[in-house]
Ligand binder design. Structure first.
Ligand code: 5AD
Ligand code: SF4
Length: 463
């Protein structure tokens, strides 16, 4: 009998991607092999995201599509995991509308996947096992990371901030930091395997370590990690402006490895809205933080998240957001229209979603138009510079082109010489052109030697 095959569909953030790697690691330890398409899989796991209504709709649409596959091959297993599973409404919905699902489990018990699959094998009914709260941080779980030089490492789980719009504290629970030593050991092992571009992860990495004894902070951890040979770039995500300390800014400025990409979600530009969002900073204190970042790290690329149409947002409030965007001049912004999430404080307000859809859409368009112009100008300013990039992949649209990334997290497209495989190499590139969402460049020297080869030789198309 051939090995069983698994397929994992991941929605949402990098925490979810990392969770999927841990699920994949457990499955491979059980003897499963990865399948690149869902139709061939014996087990499909849908790792869901609940952060916005649209994320949920995508996952539910996919679950609906799988109904037919399950009818054709009733012996296959269909599992729903992740943040949506933590919402009680989801289980009721799945039971009624998606009886094809065999297993539902949440974000706190994914390390129990082998046991859960055993239970599915012995049951004729949908197995539901969702923990309300997290247990102790579980170390030493197997994981199957993606190919390439990039690796994600969890450092803190959960979030204690309780922004009034946000479901994350309910789906991911209270903050729990990993001890520093296992994190350091994990990154050391990654470096030995040849990973060079490491991102430490948490819903709010800036509160890392406050719950440890003795206490540590993110800056302390990054200083330890940057001493590890073989690691070239260190990233961290996601940040909360309230906890982004001067010590961290100084540490980044002094470091050769911590990348100069600073993602600081602002969410809104007006004080009354920030207050209603429970963001715990003001427009002025945020702008002061940005000034201090720019002063110490002048080449930093700055990005943000913004929500438009939050309950109570007036035209005047929204103009304050536009004004803040003009002042900060972000390199890029992720922009969203507000959608109420069950259980969150804002969803319990009497008038839970008063801004009409049309106004939300109109504000989103105006915001995007402004941001695109600023992104284009920021990218133009880089033309002529030479910078180190990591070659991440072939361009999706054109396999004669490499898709590369700068440490400031910008995409650079570089023409590919088919006789040289630069995949998973660091190369210097001269920036020759700029668009809103990417740069173009040309090779400006030989690739840096990799201490451990992780170069993927696999089937690059000839051109
Ligand atoms: N509605 C719209 N956008 C939201 N986000 C989080 N919750 C909501 C919501 N209820 C956005 C925030 C956050 C990003 C991950 O998603 O901007 O930073
Ligand atoms: Fe989505 Fe938030 Fe869960 Fe990440 S933590 S998957 S963004 S709901």
């Amino acid at each position: 009998m051939s090995e069983p095959r698994y397929f994992i569909k991941t929605y949402g953030c990098q925490m979810n991607e990392r969770d999927s790697e841990i699920m994949a690691g457990q499955l491979e330890q059980m003897g499963y092999v990865a399948s690149s398409i869902d139709r061939d899989a014996d087990l499909i796991v849908i790792n869901t995201c609940a952060v916005r209504g649209s994320a949920e709709e995508h996952a539910l649409g996919y679950i609906g599509q799988l109904r037919q596959l399950k009818q054709e091959r009733p012996e296959m297993t269909l599992a729903v995991a992740g943040c949506m599973a933590q919402e009680p409404g989801t289980i009721a919905w799945l039971t009624r509308h998606a009886p094809q699902v065999d297993l539902v489990f949440g974000t706190h018990n994914l390390h129990k996947l082998p046991d859960l699959l055993d239970r599915v094998a012995q049951s004729d009914e949908m197995v539901v096992d969702v923990w309300k709260a997290a247990g102790e941080v579980v170390e030493h779980l197997p994981s199957r990371r993606k190919d390439g030089l990039k690796a994600f490492v969890n450092i803190i789980y959960g979030c204690d901030k309780f922004c009034t719009y946000c479901i994350v504290p309910f789906t991911r629970g209270r903050e729990r930091s990993r001890e520093m030593e296992p994190v350091i050991q994990e990154v050391r092992a990654l470096a030995q395997e040849g990973y060079q571009d490491v991102t430490v992860l948490g819903q709010n990495v800036n509160s890392y370590g406050h719950d440890l004894d003795p206490q540590h902070d993110l800056a302390d951890l990054l200083v330890e990690l940057e001493q590890i040979d073989g690691i070239r770039w260190l990233r961290y995500t996601t940040s909360h402006p309230r906890d982004f300390s001067q010590k961290l800014i100084d540490t980044i400025a002094a470091s050769q490895k911590i990348t100069h990409h600073v993602h600081l979600p602002v969410q809104a530009g007006s004080d009354p809205i920030l207050k209603r969002m429970n963001r715990k900073y003001t427009r002025d204190s945020y702008l002061d933080l940005i000034d201090r970042v720019k002063e110490k790290i002048p080449d930093a690329s700055l990005t943000t998240d913004i929500i438009v149409g939050f309950p109570g947002e007036t035209e005047e409030d929204f103009e304050q957001t536009l004004d803040l965007v003009r002042r900060v001049r972000y390199d890029a912004a992720f922009t969203f229209t507000y959608s109420p999430r069950e259980k969150t404080p804002a969803a319990r307000w009497e008038n839970r979603d008063p801004v009409p859809n049309q106004i939300k859409k109109d504000r989103l368009n105006r915001l995007m138009e402004l941001q695109y112009q600023i992104s284009w100008e920021a990218n133009q300013a880089l033309v002529g510079q030479t910078m180190l990039v990591v070659v991440e992949d072939l361009s999706k649209k054109n396999d004669r082109v490499w898709a590369c990334r700068t440490h400031t997290n910008k995409v650079v497209l570089v023409a590919r010489d088919p006789s040289v495989n630069l995949l998973d190499k660091f190369v210097p590139v001269k920036i020759t052109g700029a668009k809103t969402f990417y740069l173009t460049g040309e090779l400006a020297g030989p690739a840096l030697p990799n201490m451990v080869s992780r170069t993927r030789e696999a089937a690059l198309p000839m051109v």
